[in-house]
Structure formats: structure tokens, C-alpha cells
Design a protein around this ligand. Sequence first.
Ligand code: 5GP
Length: 200
Amino acid sequence: MLSKGNLIVISAPSGAGKTTLRQSLRKLMSDLEYSVSMTSRSPRSSEIEGKDYCFVSREVFKDWIEENKFVEWAEVHGNLYGTPREFIEKKLKEGEDILLDIDVQGALRIKKQFPSALLIFICAPSMEALEKRLQGRHSDSPEEVKKRLITAAKELSFSERYDHIIINENLKDALAELEGIVRKYRESGKRRGEKSGCSD
Ligand code: 5GP
């Protein structure tokens, strides 16, 4: 299958400001589709089914794996997360660009299957800053914060395999940088006339 749309992947350690940046980018680019992941984790109080995630049991998630219904999936912080295949294939075929907010394992799997996908890594200015942000959120226990910091260090080691790294010192500058990178990538796809050379 020759795809026409582009995949834009963002990853970041928790606390680096990725969700805010992703939501702000989508406000600036209303034609950018968003791939809603499926997860076995429980919803947080602010999250909406079908908008933030599709929340399912581990059993249902495993059935989907068996049926090859994910483009990629991974276990993160003890929960399962996956990118539903049907949405991605349909939208790419229609020539739509899709934003994915997934972890480093998923991002590298996407790049393998879709070599022209754009991979953007967002990080906090330092581990100390990240720790402060995680503590400031008051949504995680001290043990959870510790776990997320260990994961963050591992994730950071994958950042060199990304096309771009954005250091989120402040939201305004990071958003401007993100927008610039994505616009340039989408434009170059259009100019090439092939939009992406993804084969699947
Ligand atoms: P959270 O539970 O904080 O929403 O997400 C935890 C991590 O899972 C984040 O790094 C997020 O980007 C990642 N994630 C969310 N959806 C997917 C997905 O479909 N696939 C993969 N590989 N990671 C995902």
C-alpha cells in the first residue's frame, strides 16, 4: 500500500510538557488528525473516553494484539498502550497527516514501518527540572515519581534516534519550535508531491 499522508510522532518523558504542547499544536493545526491510543490503564478523572484514550481491559487489549489490530504497542509503566491500525491506514490513504503521542519504543517501531515518519522528542531542560515538575503535579506518589524519573533517563537515551529534540524551557518557545518543525515537514511532503513514501 502506498500511503499519501504523513505520520508525526511526539514522545517525551512524563512531566516534560508534551500533553500541553500536543494540545496547543492541534489548536494551531486543526487539519492535523490525532491517533487516539488504546490503553489498559484506568482513566484519570480529567480524561474522556474516545478522546484521550480508548480504555479497555488487559484481556481486550491482548485480543487486539492477537488479531494484529495495532500498528505498534508497548508496555509503559506497567500498562499496555497501542496505536489502532485501522484509523492510521484509513487516514493515510485519504492523504491526512496524523499526530501520534507515543513512547520511545512505539516511535521506533513506527519509524521502522514508516521510514518517512517525523519523530520529535520533547524534554525538560534538566532531570532536576523534570523532578520538580513531576512533584509539582501532585498526581503521582513519591514512588511513582521515582519510577517515572528512572524511565525518563532511559527514554532520554533514545532521543538521538529522533529527527528533532525540543528542550521545553518555556511553553511559548517550545510551541513555536514545534509548530515550525511540523509546518516545514508537512510543506516539504507536499512539495515532493509524494507526501510520504511509506509502504506498509
Ligand atoms: P500516560 O499514561 O501518562 O497517558 O502515558 C504514558 C506513556 O505512554 C506516554 O509516554 C505516552 O506517550 C505513551 N503512549 C500513549 N499511547 C501510546 C501508544 O499507543 N503506544 C505507545 N507505544 N505508547 C503510548
